[in-house]
Design a protein around this ligand. Sequence first.
Ligand code: HEM
Length: 381
Amino acid sequence: MPHTTRSAPPAGPELLPLLTELHRRIGDTFIVSGVGLHIADPVLAKAVLANVGADFTEHSDFFATATGFLGPRELQQQIAREARDLLAAYLTTHAADLPRLAGVHLAPEAVMPDAANRLLHEHLGPVLLGPGTDPSVRAVVADVVTHAVLAGARARRGRLRRALLRHRAYAALAAETARRRRRPARVATDLLDVVALALPEDYDPIQAVEVFLSLLFATVGSTGFLLSWALYLVGHHPDQADAPPSALVRETLRLWPVAWLFGRPAARAHDLGPARVEAGQTVHVCAYLVQRHPGHWSDPDDFRPDRWRGGVPGAFLPFGWGTHACTGAAVATGLVADVLAQLLAAYAVTVCDDGRQPQVGPALAPPPHRIRLVPRRRERR
Ligand code: HEM
């Protein structure tokens, strides 16, 4: 995702039709009043994200915290790499747990997208916080999932109760981080260790907690939304259920990129295609528009997994682009493809959807809906 809500874009279901209309009327670079310049052209989008001309301040939503970016860059890269590797190793050794968990959380009927997030939380719980973790820390992180990670959680809980939970979570995770750092063994066995053990002597506890929370949002939040979108689309297009799971995942990410808008603050005034950008202005790269660009995709609004037979076209950036592109992309897509492969081999998916709109915030989540899994009689090809 943008894995934190720090550079939160404006939210609301009306936003996507508005941006689509402005793109259609004005073109690939347009200004949304009160928000700023939006980019829908893939070449300009990649130039902004790759920051080749150093026109933008270096930025990573993942490592942005209330007290500034966790740094230096080498530390970010170390944490990103170690987290990805630990997660990948865990998923390999625990792959056999998935079918049972998917059945428990999603069959025969589930309320989505929350059930997908809860499935991933249960599956990944031990790699987020290993067995030696104090149960009170585990409990507060479970509360964070319920009240901050699930789509719509912010709307369901008042500001004061959110602030209290934040306070409790930060205190518990900061104390647990300090405890991990005092242990003689310096080998990371869970994702909190990855962060705790990488930090320097004079580390900032807020940054430690927030980077761990970025990992929680990425694994349980973004990856759960991707799984939920994929099942939602298959449920609406049952004739596509036999497409290769990797194509289902890509086509899902193209139509409904969980991370759909990336803000980049300009370091200096410069020209960006036909637009003039002033120093300090934030430019918004809109993956949602890039990936439905009629100049780059045929039938851009249609769900067509078969379009992925020929490789990955350029107008596709669901995991960002350039040096800050998502480190966990392969792990997340592999995990979702595995769940789809297992579920779609065993069940047909139907969606009970009362026409509600997607949930548009810092992440793009499916509308609240129910899925029903009906055992399949024939063998999957
Ligand atoms: C479907 C799931 C996911 C989506 C859609 C997603 C999306 C993204 C995007 C768009 C960025 C770039 C943000 C920007 O340029 O500001 C990013 C960065 C990042 N993601 Fe993910 N992500 C997902 C899952 C994961 C997972 C499972 C991990 C765990 C290792 C992860 C780790 C990271 C890290 C460490 C960065 C920062 C890279 C850097 O700044 O160097 N992501 N993600």
